[in-house]
Design a protein. Structure first.
Length: 112
């Protein structure tokens, strides 16, 4: 048996696998396979803020679109929009919670 043929086969196999990997990266960059490529408008309007699993099939997802956050239950037999809230109120609620925490800390420190 000639080991040169095996070596040539092995190098050809590695070369073909490398080509497939390179073409898959190029296709991913061009947006092929996942829908149309986003070329004109680079501004993204959708953002997944948080994902929490409920059980093996269902998840709760918070999606931000423009100035609104949507709470969506996905999985199971159908998907359900639970609530839609403005984004600014969620940041204001976080600020007000910090104010309450700070108020309690200052209140405890002034006690004698």
């Amino acid at each position: 048996m000639d080991y040169g043929n095996y070596f040539q086969f092995f190098l050809s196999l590695i070369f073909i696998i490398g080509l497939i990997f390179a073409f898959s990266l190029i296709a991913k960059k061009l947006g092929l396979g996942n829908g149309p490529a986003i070329t004109g408008n680079k501004q993204k309007r959708l953002k997944i803020k948080e994902v929490r699993p409920l059980d093996a099939k269902r998840k709760v997802v918070i999606v931000q679109c423009d100035n609104k956050e949507h709470i969506i239950l996905v999985g199971g037999t159908n998907d359900l929009l639970i609530d839609t809230i403005p984004s600014e109120t969620s940041s204001n609620q976080a600020d007000s919670q910090e104010d309450v925490i700070d108020f309690r800390k200052t209140d405890e420190s002034t006690r004698v």
